[in-house]
Design a protein around this ligand. Sequence first.
Ligand code: FAD
Length: 345
Amino acid sequence: NAIEFKKDVPQSGVDKNLYRGVWIYAEQRHGEVSNIVYELLNEGKRLAGKLGTALSAVLIGVNIKSKAQELINRGADKVYVCEDPIFAEFQDDPYSGVLTQLIEKEKPEIVLMGATNIGRSFVPRVAARIRTGLTADCVSLEVDPETRNLRQTRPAFGGNIMATILTPEHRPQMSTVRHKVFKEAKIEEGRKGEIIEYKIDVQTLLNRTRFLGFIKDTNVVVNFAAANIIVSGGRGLGSLEGFKLIKELAELLGATVGASRAAIDLNWIPSSHQIGQTGRTVAPKVYIACGISGQIQHMVGMGSSDIIIAINKDATCPMMQTATYALEGDLHEIIPCIITEIKSS
Ligand code: FAD
């Protein structure tokens, strides 16, 4: 077993001054950089600016060096590139092995990655090997320039509270971040940065699994990432029929259809449409919540939308209180009026 796994050795007495810099893990699959990377670059740049330190990105894969400049154009000051055929397909062992080695060598103070299937799978292994903490599913981050501690906020206790977590004694401070809680970094063509090729001795990487093949999921996936407008329905729709109104309005607006968990549990719409803590996080330009009360578990999934329009007969519910525009009344009357208005305009 090539990796010495430091069992029962808690990280203690770490010299925090040795750790500097903010890192983001630049997740890619088959050469396609994931959108969340651009969101992390934006937030990473902000945090690095507050700490007066550099922002670095880590790219692991095969034939991916060409993507490094793209990351620099989006705000990275340095990009570490680790290329080897062993990284052609995502596998936990080699990916966590190389990231662990890089972190141990370069000592960043903050490491951020997407709370994606890949991030959720291999990053806890990295944190365990380094003997540091990992705060999963963060929805906001802040840093104290004096202590250099990262305040990591995430839903806890079934979403009933928002917990702010600090790991003041450990470095690096590691977080996975939910999709769409930060805006994507803007592109600045020709921005200058450093590309560092990190040579790895693959013999030092443990690999206990064998890659047999890649089967693409052919189920229809709801594409929230590209949605500028989302029309969402909740229990207030009253029945499966109610979703016909939502779909008609969405079609007229070129919008994507979302739903609360209550609507999913009632089998009015498939679970791939669910928005919230146990569903998807979205941040469209316009979010139209129809018959959704706005419980915290739903709000954590859509609270960063630019404009929220709520249609609800209860003006006191959290969704109506949070909304940019709150339309009080029966959705079965209000939505048909909007549809008629759009059709006649
Ligand atoms: P309700 O809370 O029942 O609200 C219905 C609303 O419709 C009310 O505000 C009512 O005034 C309004 N209404 C009724 N009739 C009309 C009408 N004719 N016209 C206009 N308005 C009307 N929920 C999620 O959505 N996403 C999640 O990811 C999620 N994860 C969860 C995870 C955990 C661990 C737990 C415990 C819960 C989770 N939930 C989640 C459930 C969440 O707590 C709420 O139960 C759910 O969001 C409520 O959905 P709703 O707003 O559609 O229903």
